[in-house]
Design a protein around this ligand. Structure first.
Ligand code: F6R
Length: 603
């Protein structure tokens, strides 16, 4: 996810673009850049780091122009650096672009252009767009853009300027958002409404493969066949503050709701033609006799879920270790061990230390990371990226879901490579993973019941989570989410363990959240539910194989059917929503819970 903005009009574009980029910083913040076009040609400033670093450079070396494009980056191809920052220019410096999205066929396009003598300067997929535009340039910028997008595969929202067309800004999109703002003698493009609200509330929404041609005085729309389109503007009624969170009260809720898209992108990168796919295809899992997963907090919980999936499918022993413990336990690993590190930030000190310990002992390291170019990503032998985009809320939601998706795919592909499952079984399992985004969307379309139930739960001092098998693993994440944002004490237990001690804590009015997505174990978990109800507890029962009827003490929220191995991806959505709405009803600072930081870079 990145943020783009463009301006053409009567004012100096630079302050307008910088101000817009501030509103888009939630979409990416590892580097930023701006290009303006004036009588001297393109003036470009690009800077790794936060937007403030770009602003400082522009303050020292001011630029100006009546048309410009800006970008705030969240790296996906090529580490955050000045060179990899946008805007990108073609080698002849005649076309400049900003891009949000992923060009899946960029390698073949790059090879094609390199054979024609084009010299690339960055490691990004985006540069290929600027180079292609110069290569195909016909004298008509509109025709050129049509030609370029006809060969691009993947997703894009683009702002494009040509030195031969000062005063004409082009916008086009596919599978990533782009809006056109209309002002008085000025027009805008942006990834999202907040970037424009200070200037206009009149916007056009671009549909896929529609092209907008903006000048200072008008905006014209075309389809990909160059036929003019008539579109009607919409009036935005949002306040600036609410717009930044896309209308949601908190980033956490916004990020929960983004999960179908995040799952789709991440799954596509591993099953389609993305970089993740290439790494998984070439990975020689037969070289290992065991897998060790190590991580912290929620990422550790993703590892706990993965253990069930890997062991069931690959028949390889899997150990899951807390990264903070790993290096102190004299771990039994060697060159036959595959150590998987999971981290959203890639900068968690304990995970970095575990990674270095694993490497020191000769193990092969594979990381699952969200932040491109982070320490864990750089130092492991192999890196798979979750395509969750920047996560702003401290409590992880969408990055966790993306981690699960990659872990499932790894487990299925490894099982196939090891010959533990047939080709047909492998395809069937991957097909079930591929439909998870739709099922996630279905869960998120039906949130009223959990919202209502959670509003009755603010008074609890302690809440228990139970499940069996993989439902137990995801119960751990439900419990962590609840305690970190609602400050309610909570524990997760394997249902069968209750009778070995915990059941002593159950009394009149205790709340137990039970999860049931493993049909063969339904009777077992239901018997645990009955045991706690008979001791006075109330139960919130979430699952896709529940046969019991609701009662005064038993609330039931159904989930869509899926293979039990992948069901945590659906149950976790309900668990995240439960925690979110409990905390929201307590009026807490959900995005920044007390005592916590997003990235824990100290031991
Ligand atoms: C919980 C949460 C934390 C992180 C943990 C690891 O919601 O976000 O438990 O999962 O601090 O962080 P990363 O994944 O950045 O290594």
């Amino acid at each position: 996810m990145c943020g783009i903005i463009g301006y053409v009009g009567k004012e100096n574009a630079v302050p307008i673009i910088l101000e817009g980029l501030h509103k888009l910083e939630y979409r990416g913040y590892d580097s930023a850049g701006i290009a303006v076009l004036n009588e001297d040609g393109f003036m470009v400033v690009k800077q790794k780091g936060r937007l403030s670093a770009l602003e400082a450079r522009i303050k020292d070396h001011p630029i100006r122009g009546y048309m410009g494009i800006g970008h705030t980056r969240w790296a996906t191809h090529g580490e955050p650096s000045d060179i990899n920052s946008h805007p990108h220019l073609g080698s002849q410096k005649r076309i400049a672009i900003v891009h949000n999205g992923i060009i899946e066929n960029y390698r073949e396009l790059k090879e094609y252009l390199e054979q024609k003598g084009v010299a690339f300067v960055s490691e990004t997929d985006s540069e290929v767009i600027a180079q292609l535009a110069e290569h195909y340039y016909t004298g008509s910028i509109l025709d050129t853009v049509i030609k370029v997008v006809s060969v691009l595969e993947g997703s894009y929202a683009l702002g494009i300027m040509s030195i031969d067309h000062p005063g004409t800004l082009i916008a086009v999109k596919k599978d990533n958002p782009l809006i056109i703002g209309v002002g008085e003698e000025e027009n805008f493009i942006a990834s999202d409404v907040p970037a424009l609200l200070a200037h206009t509330n009149k916007v056009y929404y671009l549909n896929d493969k529609e092209i907008a041609v903006l000048t200072r005085d008008k905006v014209q729309f075309y389809n990909i066949d160059r036929e003019p389109l008539q579109k009607s503007p919409e009036t935005i009624t949002w306040s600036l503050d609410s717009a930044e969170k896309g209308g949601y009260e908190h980033f956490m809720l916004k990020e929960i709701m983004e999960q179908p898209r995040v799952l789709r992108d991440t799954i596509q990168s591993a099953l389609g033609s993305g970089d993740n796919r290439r790494i998984i295809d070439s990975f020689d899992v037969a070289a290992f006799n065991k897998i060790v997963i190590t991580a912290c907090g929620s990422a550790y919980n993703a590892g706990m879920v993965a253990k069930y999936v890997f062991e069931r499918l690959c028949r390889l022993p899997v150990e899951v270790e807390l990264a903070s413990e790993f290096r102190y336990k004299d771990p039994i690993i060697d060159s036959r061990s595959l150590v998987i590190l999971i981290s959203q930030s890639g900068e968690t000190a304990d995970t970095i230390a575990a990674m270095r310990e694993a490497r020191r002992r000769g193990a092969c390291t594979l990381s699952i990371v969200n932040v491109v170019g982070s320490t864990v990503a750089r130092e492991t032998d192999y890196t798979l990226y979750t395509l969750a985009g920047p996560e702003i809320a401290v409590a992880t939601t969408k990055a966790f879901s993306a981690q699960l998706a990659l872990l499932y795919i790894l487990a299925v592909r490894f099982a196939g490579k090891l010959g533990r499952i047939s080709r047909q079984q492998e395809e069937q399992l991957l097909a079930e993973i591929a439909v998870l985004p739709e099922k996630a969307a279905e869960v998120l379309e039906n949130i009223e019941a959990i919202q209502k139930y959670a509003s009755t739960c603010v008074g609890y001092k302690s809440i228990f989570f139970i499940g069996r098998n993989i439902d137990y693993a995801i119960a751990l994440e439900g419990s962590l989410k609840l305690k970190e944002i609602s400050y309610i004490h909570s524990e997760a237990y394997a249902g069968g363990e209750l009778k070995h001690g915990t059941i002593a804590l159950i009394e009149e009015g205790t709340l137990v959240v039970a999860i049931s997505c493993c049909e063969p174990l339904y009777d077992k978990i239901y018997s645990n539910v009955e045991q706690v109800i008979s001791r006075g507890a109330k139960v919130l029962f979430l699952g896709n194989c529940i046969k019991a009827a609701p009662s005064e003490k038993l609330a039931i929220i159904p989930l869509p059917k899926t293979n039990p191995l992948f069901s945590p991806s659906l149950s976790v959505l309900m668990l995240q929503l439960f925690s979110y709405y409990v905390a929201a009803n307590k009026g807490l600072d959900i995005d920044k819970p007390r005592n916590l930081a997003k990235s824990v870079t100290v031991e």
